[in-house]
Design a protein around this ligand. Structure first.
Ligand code: SER
Length: 339
């Protein structure tokens, strides 16, 4: 019971794959990792406790906290934006109730042991909604508190959970404890842009046209891109996403001036993603066939975000700009994957 454990939820997802391999590589041996389906065989060697579990299963989670000294939670489990629009109630149950279950158990652990749990929470650009393309074009780098009137179930879920985290971080049971005696969860969130991994495909997201276009070209599949060529979103490749998660985890709490931080790398148009894909895979068979509804969601998300707070408070800096991301990471790794 004395050994420190890291708990990773949503471990089968694309961030889970990258994070688990990274943590194992730097020497973490005590990792409990679960997804709703059994943990992928590829990940099993890297974790001490591979499980199949649902974040809605409070009894199962309680047992995990009772039997292991969980000191860090990477809460990755989430229903992404496109899937959430098809089943908003399921999205709420997993995205919100699952997060609440974990925050509650972390707070209870601190009440019992006096030691805070570090809770790392990936949020998303989906918390923003910009009213129209003219405003989007003029908005420039959007800050954490700008345009936070999300129109998607996923974005609304993420925004609420950021606020829940802020509550558990600073105001938990504020009437029962003096301010400096309050138990807390050391909650830290970052807002990811669209993510692109060479190893895995995202499922159920709206920024998925980026990774889908490249993976389809590399595997000789036709692809209908569901947004217009001029569509612009911020993106980041998986190595930088993992870097930001572990940097935020390692950051000195005294330097953190906010609980939620933007992080980003580059903001290509869909046309620019098409062009670099075509340059690498000349036979790529890609058409632009915009889907009016998914296009509406992409148009409402910022084209660029301001991550200066993360740069200032915990020295965040991405390693990959668009050029490096494509030429030094994505194309070589994806080529190898489909070779
Ligand atoms: N990639 C996510 C989605 O498209 C946004 O964070 O849902």
């Amino acid at each position: 019971m004395n050994e420190d454990f890291i708990l990773i939820t949503g471990a089968n997802g694309e961030v889970g794959h990258g994070l688990i391999k990274h943590l194992a590589k730097v020497g973490h041996k005590k990792i409990i990792a679960f997804s709703r389906r059994p943990l992928s065989e590829e990940l099993q060697p890297f974790v001490s406790h591979p499980l199949a579990m649902d974040v809605q299963d409070l009894a199962g989670l309680t047992e995990l906290f009772e039997n292991h000294n969980i000191t860090t939670v990477y809460h990755l489990a989430s229903i992404l934006s496109t899937k959430a629009e098809h089943d908003p109630v399921l999205a709420h149950n997993i995205n919100v109730n699952g997060t609440m279950n974990l925050l509650k158990l972390c707070a209870m652990k601190m009440e019992k042991t006096g030691k805070p749990v570090k809770f790392i929470y990936p949020s998303s650009i989906a918390v923003h909604a910009i009213p129209n393309l003219e405003v989007k074009a003029q908005a420039g780098k959007v800050k954490e508190n700008d345009y936070v009137q999300s129109t998607t179930m996923y974005g609304i879920n993420k925004l609420y959970c950021e606020n829940l985290g802020r509550y558990f971080n600073s105001h938990y049971k504020q009437l029962s404890y003096a301010p400096d005696e309050r138990p807390y969860v050391d909650f830290r969130a970052l807002r990811f842009p669209g993510l692109i991994s060479a190893d895995t495909m995202p499922t159920g997201g709206t920024s998925d046209y980026g990774p889908e276009m490249i993976h389809a070209a590399a595997s000789n599949r036709h692809y209908n891109c569901f947004v217009r060529p001029d569509s612009t979103l911020p993106f980041m490749v998986m190595p930088d996403a993992i870097k930001s998660l572990v940097m935020l985890h390692a950051a000195d709490r005294k330097r953190l001036t906010q609980t939620v931080y933007n992080v980003t790398s580059f903001s290509p148009t869909a046309q620019e993603i098409y062009e670099v894909t075509k340059a690498a895979f000349p036979n790529a068979d890609i058409d632009f066939v915009p889907d009016v509804n998914r296009q509406g969601i992409v148009d409402s998300w910022p084209a660029d975000i301001d991550d200066s707070a993360a740069r200032k408070d915990w020295d965040w800096q991405p390693d990959y700009d668009f050029e490096r991301a494509i030429n030094e990471y994505l194309i070589p790794a994806i080529r190898q994957r489909y070779a």
